[in-house]
Design a protein around this ligand. Sequence first.
Ligand code: ADP
Ligand code: GLC
Length: 490
Amino acid sequence: MHVLMVTSEATPFAKSGGLADAVSALSRALSHLGHDVRIVMPRYGAIPIQGLAALPKPLEVAMDGSVERAVVYQGQLPDSGVPVYFIDHEGYFSRDGIYGSKAEPDFADNPRRFAFLSRSAFRLCEALRWKPDVFHAHDWPVAFVPVYKRYSEPFFESTTSVLSIHNLGYQGIYPKTAFPYFGLPWELFHGAGFEYFDSVNLLKAGISSADRLSTVSPTYAREIQTPQLGCTLDGLLRARSSSLVGILNGVDGGDWNPASDKYLPERYGADDMTGKAACKAALQKEFGLSIAPGKPVIGMVSRLTDQKGIGELFGPTYGSAAKLCLDMDLQFVVQGTGESWCEAELGSLSSRIPNFKAKVGYSERLAHLIEAGSDFFMMPSRYEPCGLNQMYSLRYGTLPIARRTGGLADTISNYNQETGTGTGFLFDQLTPRAIYDTAGWAVWAYYNRPDQLAAMRRRAMKLEFSWEASAREYEALYLGPEGKKSRAKE
Ligand code: ADP
Ligand code: GLC
């Protein structure tokens, strides 16, 4: 099949979270299965173009009656034959930040920027004389793709549009004054599903218009159809239920493998864990903690947003982190960026509590060191579409302490101290007390059931999380029910 991935992020070019990892790993896996997969994304200012060839002619993209031009640079996704087309438009993409900056967290012209990207995808296919079987769009920024395909790109009628929802909490809601720029007649404000409390909701339009829908875990696919986690779109998602599937993300074994991880001082595997002790010592040193091989270390790497349970964990006076560190013989390390109150609180906790250390910032190397050097990984998410960090943790023998929601519920099995089974420590209610108790349970097991923990680590490290298996499910989604039937006959 010929598949065009349309995305605002892809590792290693531009990343704000797991979306970037998922898009690149899925593209690579589909390409390994023999499909012709290509990626189109913006050429943000930070993406170097030295050495990349430009397509011979700029694209001419008609928006609100005017035509805008974009140069396209062609690169390649590392370790694959997947071409990556970077759409270069100085006015929209050369600034710092994918969706916003410190001064302007959500760029006011985002609907224009991403409408332009989405429309460019069609012009790109024409320039390449390449008609894909599938347009696969990811999240709200490119939710325009299924809308354009359905209502204003008749040449691509036979192409299937797939929209993947990586996070329903972000929908792209903007004033309806943005609408004329999209180059669609006003009747589609309602007709294509943009209308949302008299504003435009880009994800809602995409969900309404796409031929097929997916999200990133089976549990989350069910949860988003409920009022609790449907973020006001649960009714629409229930109506589209027969076109919606949940496909779990995998783990990229090249980037995240403790046996070959280039960021670690020593490497290790399920059959020889000695290198993990060296990583723990390096982590303790890096964060200025006492080097104590026998003390449990809880690690965390996260965007600091409400989705991740940061209020219950770090909220001043009521969050559980401080009490946890004061009451229990453990160490706690955190790396993250996000909401400013939380960044400030992490600084304050680090200065007050000797066994708590946080670094505010983004570092790939430290993320790997935390995964490898910790004993437990903290992930008390309010909701979690899939979650990659807990899968990385499991592969690194670092047992998650997590809330049973979304992809966390699908990837972690709960500890049982009678039988020693499980791969992590789960709780249901998101409260400071539940986090405290569950961390306490893990620490108890660390000191009192070391053999069970060692067996849990080995079990966790052997879990597969293969992208190949996920890619096969996407293959089936692309083919649709009819395709599956004709394949069965072959
Ligand atoms: P989400 O996409 O909701 O943020 P995921 O668990 O799917 O959650 O993916 C998060 C990804 O972003 C992981 O690869 C994680 O290591 C990375 N990440 C998040 N915050 C940081 C940070 N401060 N430094 C380095 N990597 C980070
Ligand atoms: C989103 C979700 C996360 C998921 C990632 C990749 O950022 O928050 O749970 O793992 O997308 O699909």
